[in-house]
Design a binder for this molecule. Structure first.
Ligand code: MIC
Ligand code: SF4
Length: 661
């Protein structure tokens, strides 16, 4: 491919890895926003998005995954209040055995934490059906979150298509003071950049401060790049990366990686880590960031340390050091959810677990748990300090709870004082990890007893897929229509998250493999009448503001609306993964050419979109009219050629069946 030769030097690290994996398009900065396709080395799925991904994968009809490594994790749906979650686990286990995947059993840990420890490799590409897949950037990977259907295509050997992102360089200098954490670095970025600052960008970290961050600290930062709306984030692979891999018995996958000297970024951001202070994201958005000092003394009800953002051994160590010899305050309920079984075992060996239990922490299993509203919901109007990455309203399971996103140090400080407290004033010198025997750590960290390896092809061929009664086929997208005359059934505001479109939690998560049932909860948080109204209408539109569809990669937020007849979503701007999911399921994603139009439209307006086929074929604007007063306006056609072809075909499945790539 002649175009592949078009490489500028010096290159940034992200450009180097993209160039190495490029199968279509151009990586040059001036081609920002244009479609590129990259080869995917590794994939991951989790149980909440995995069932749909594998139902799709089965329809592709190939005998075995074509990636270097594909892993199916069980970590989200582990509450198991009836047969449905475990039925899904059994289905996923049988799929892994049949199609040549690794299977990470329930209890082995949160996908991103385990993947970093056991499979992450510098310079590789990873595509995951979870928005926090970019955690892998902490080890020097290009790791991207996507909808399950895109991951299914990648498992089948297909390239991943994305708009060539811009690259923001983040120059880190200095070192964190004691009591200030990697979480505060990413919260500082969220404060500056907001939840939409990263849409269409990757964040690449560099500078002399990088060497002062361990791999788990780097992973905390790349994990929450998802909250910036970024495509992914990446750190160089250096001696610290090598030592991390060595301590897990995996030094063979290490290679040094960094940007070329003098590489240019689209934007440069500088953070002097020595100047940072402890921060918190206030309710109900990860970018509502303020200094802990400004919240000092606020009464706290609950504290949880865990999630794919902050559940490493270092995170638990920081918490245990702070609570050493003290008890949690009487008004507090506190819990920890270690990120992986290895972390849990190491914490046990180091005395960290005993210290936390003694202080009064409850031990939750190594899984997503409360992060996705699976247990440990706060009290009414409760103030909950969590080391997680998302605090959207209601996500905790308690509609009126106030969730603050903080570092493990800040969480532990509040646990013992009962109020928001600056952890810098409480740090102790106890280093629990000093008691860990390195040989024992290596033994624990490299014990893959809970990871089932891919079966050899002859054995795999004999596996029968296990399907419980709750597992229903994925509904088929409707064929494209040239004219759509339909009512607007919902007008939403800015930053609508996929949690708003399709909530999670104990009631809804068990329905992830049953679209007809889960669709009852569509937009429930914004309008409880939406489901009934959509059922009674023969198709409809939805209107939204900026950054529509931020947050989770769950394609149920596209699938369920599609099932209920949503044919187009008209917004001021989209978040990346959700826009791709809408396209994959044949829903038109339209951006107002003039953002002012948003203010002039209302719920129940009937709109007519005409000449859709021509707009998609030619890439021209969508023509829209409100027949009641003949107001005309345009919808920008922000779609690349392949996306337009997918929509013309009636969704990605139909496009792929028709030979599209
Ligand atoms: C989340 O954090 O919201 C999830 C649950 O991990 C999702 C995936 C899902 O909805 O299953 C994500 O971030 O992609
Ligand atoms: Fe799990 Fe929470 Fe991480 Fe999503 S953000 S993968 S629910 S721990």
């Amino acid at each position: 491919m002649a175009e592949l030769a078009k490489v500028k030097t010096p290159q940034t690290l992200a450009e180097k890895i993209l160039t190495n994996h490029l199968v279509e398009g151009v990586v040059l900065p001036e081609n920002r926003g244009e479609d590129i396709a990259v080869r995917i080395d590794q994939t991951l799925t989790q149980d909440a998005t995995g069932t749909m991904a594998y139902l799709q994968f089965e329809t592709i009809g190939i005998p075995r995954v074509k990636t270097e490594v594909s892993v199916s994790y069980i970590d989200h749906n582990t509450l198991q209040t009836d047969f449905r979650n475990m039925d899904d686990h059994r289905y996923l286990q049988s799929i892994a055995a049949k199609y040549g995947l690794w299977f990470s059993r329930p209890g082995n840990g949160i996908c991103h934490q385990v993947h970093l420890e056991r499979f992450g490799a510098p310079g590789k590409t990873l595509l995951g059906s979870d928005s926090h897949t970019p955690t892998g950037g902490g080890i020097g990977m290009i790791a991207i979150g996507a909808g399950g259907l895109d991951v299914a295509v990648a498992m089948g050997g297909g390239a991943f298509h994305l708009p060539r992102p811009g690259i923001k360089g983040v120059k880190l200098t200095g070192a964190l003071r004691k009591g200030v954490s990697a979480k505060d670095v990413i919260l500082e970025l969220l404060r500056r950049e907001t939840v939409k600052g990263g849409v269409g960008y990757m964040y690449e970290y560099f500078g002399e401060g990088v060497k002062n961050l361990s791999v788990p600290q780097r992973a905390t930062i790349t994990n929450m790049g998802a909250e910036l709306g970024a495509t992914c984030s990446i750190f160089p692979s250096d001696d610290i990366t090598r030592r991390f891999l060595e301590s897990r018995g995996r030094e063979d996958v290490w290679l040094p990686l960094a940007a070329d000297e003098g590489a240019q970024y689209d934007t440069l951001i500088e953070i002097d880590m020595s100047l940072l202070e402890p921060l918190a994201a206030q309710p109900h958005s990860p970018d509502a960031v303020t200094a802990i000092s400004s919240l000092k003394g606020k009464k706290v009800d609950q504290v949880i340390i865990g999630s794919c953002t902050n559940s490493s051994l270092e995170d638990l160590t920081a918490a245990a050091s702070m609570v050493r010899g003290k008890n949690i305050a009487p008004g507090i309920e506190a819990g920890i959810a270690p990120g992986s079984r290895a972390v849990l075992l190491m914490a046990e060996k180091a005395g960290i677990l005993a210290e936390l239990i003694r202080a009064g922490f409850r031990i939750l299993e190594s899984a997503c748990g409360p992060c996705i509203g699976m247990g440990f919901a706060p009290n009414s109007e409760g103030v909950s300090l969590r080391t997680f990455n998302r605090n959207f309203k209601g996500r905790s399971g308690t509609a009126d709870a106030e969730v603050y996103l903080v570092s493990p140090e800040t969480a532990a400080a509040a646990a013992i004082t009962g109020v928001i407290t600056d952890p810098v004033t409480l740090v102790s010198g106890t280093d629990f990890t000093a008691h860990i025997d390195e040989k024992r750590v290596l033994e624990i960290a490299s014990d893959d007893g809970m990871l089932l390896p891919p079966l050899p092809p002859e054995k795999a061929a004999k596996i029968e897929i296990v399907r419980g009664p709750n597992i229903k086929p994925c509904p088929v997208s409707p064929a494209l229509e040239n004219t759509l005359t339909l009512p607007v059934l919902l007008k939403a505001g800015d930053n609508v998250s996929t949690d708003d479109i399709m909530p999670a939690g104990t009631k809804v998560l068990p329905l992830r493999s049953n679209i007809p049932e889960i669709s009852r909860f569509t937009f429930e948080r914004l309008d409880t009448t939406f489901y009934e109204r959509a059922k009674n209408a023969a198709g409809c539109f939805v209107i939204g503001g900026e950054n529509y569809g931020q947050g989770s990669s769950r394609e149920h937020a596209a699938l369920a609306p599609m099932y209920l007849g949503v044919r187009a979503v008209l917004v001021t701007s989209f978040a990346r993964i959700h826009k791709a999911n809408l396209i994959n399921y044949g829903i038109l994603p339209i951006v107002f050419a003039n953002p002012e139009v948003y203010n002039r439209l209302s719920r129940d307006d009937v709109l007519e979109i005409t000449n859709i086929t021509a707009a998609l074929e030619k890439g021209t604007a969508f023509e829209i009219i409100r027949p009641s007063d003949t107001m005309k306006f345009e919808g920008s056609n922000t779609l690349d050629k392949r996306s337009r072809e997918i929509l013309l075909a009636g969704g990605l499945a139909a496009y792929t069946r028709g030979g599209g790539q």
